[in-house]
Design a protein around this ligand. Sequence first.
Ligand code: CS2
Length: 497
Amino acid sequence: MTEHKIEHKLNTNSLTEIANRVAVPSYNRVEVEAGIVHVGIGGFHRAHEALYTDELLNDNSQKKWGICGVALLEFDKKIHQTLTNQNGLYTLIVKELDGTLTNRVIGSIVDFMYAPENPWAVVEKMASPETKIITLTITEGGYNFNEATGEFIIDNPSIQYDLKNPTTPKTIFGYLTESLKLRKENNIQGVTIQSCDNIQGNGHVTKKMLLSYMQHAEPELIPWVEANVSFPNSMVDRITPATVASDIITLKETTGIMDEWPVVCEPFKQWVIEDEFVAGRPAWENAGAQFVTDVVPYEKMKLTLLNAGHSVLGILGALLGYKTIDEAVHDENLSAFLKTYMNLEVTPTLGNLKGVNLEEYKQTLIERFGNTHIKDQVERICSESSAKIPKFILPTVTQQLKNSGQVELAAYVLAAWAIYSLGENEKGEKLIIRDAMEGLLYEKAMLAKTDPKQFLEIDSIFGDLKSSENFVSIFEKAYSNIAQFGIKKGIFEINQK
Ligand code: CS2
């Protein structure tokens, strides 16, 4: 065994050794204060915000902007355990287009907490004067609103639990409310709450949902929140597939680093943020983030092209039996379909995006999806589609219908989703569906077999779409086409038009 192959478990003690092999934090982590509390320390956060923040800490001028990572759900116990074992350190593996792997140890998560173990400690941390920003990646479904009406779902059992048990909350709304209340009581300055999830107007949505919760929990706190808390919108972007066992093994074999849970991602990254921070912020622009006054058009572009593009490839690809997004986009039939969808159905809804070359953006997306080293899982993309599709695809449908624009391809994808929800692909293989609404989707998908429009009757997803006769008839046609001829023939025909 050559010297550099001596294996080291990643933690503070092994950092000096590891520094001979890959880049490690150049700053003294002990001196870094956690000015940011981040909720949701999954792969995406660790490939994105934590990396931007690590870059700033590396230039040693931003010592109060470390991150305290909060695992909110019991589901997150494993990642919390890993961070505990590794003193918050992890390896970020960037997979370049040519297959090169760039490994780097990230140190910006200087503190971490597992909320279910001691919820009040998290409330206090969020309320501490040292905390200036609370950032969130709690997934699209975590914002707890009815997709069709945009209203807060007050009868969600976890929300009801938080209302009855404010000192031991389970949801983000319970945590934020209690911590803001504590701030006010202790006369502590306000805080910025920044969503980093894929939702149009993510800051506006966070504020609306939090205030809706507060109407029931602490209505008298609302004026203080209005005056002291800001909710900047932001657009976040970096494809971060789930880490698989071979990533862990390759890292160990090539560098000797034993990391229980490294994060893998694509080279591209983007972060566009509205500059509304009531208690200061790190100079993330020095690490490449863009600060703008209105992020909404960028968000819309990203959600309706990238994220929707993912869902299109994911759902159609799943039915065709593809396991990864690169396999799906390398199917010429599928990529032609996707390009037509982007050009004829999404682009007309985007208006004039100043400073953006849309053609180039779309081309780059196809290249990013096609990165054969990323191997983003179709299963990951299709997971929680009931929270994703209303944000990624349905706004395009609504706007196109309003403007008498084309919706054939979107309808085709929704019809494919109905068939996907039956749980089997066209090769007869079982599909693993992970979705909070899985039961209802299946029930409606069964009914759709004889009456396709029944699928559109899931009001909490599709709202009023079922009342557009025009759309229903396009949807029904797409459904019977898929049911009769299958996806391959269906999209081939669409591509011929
Ligand atoms: C994906 C996103 O989960 C999904 O549906 O589209 O995770 C996507 O990879 C990121 O938003 C990329 O920025």
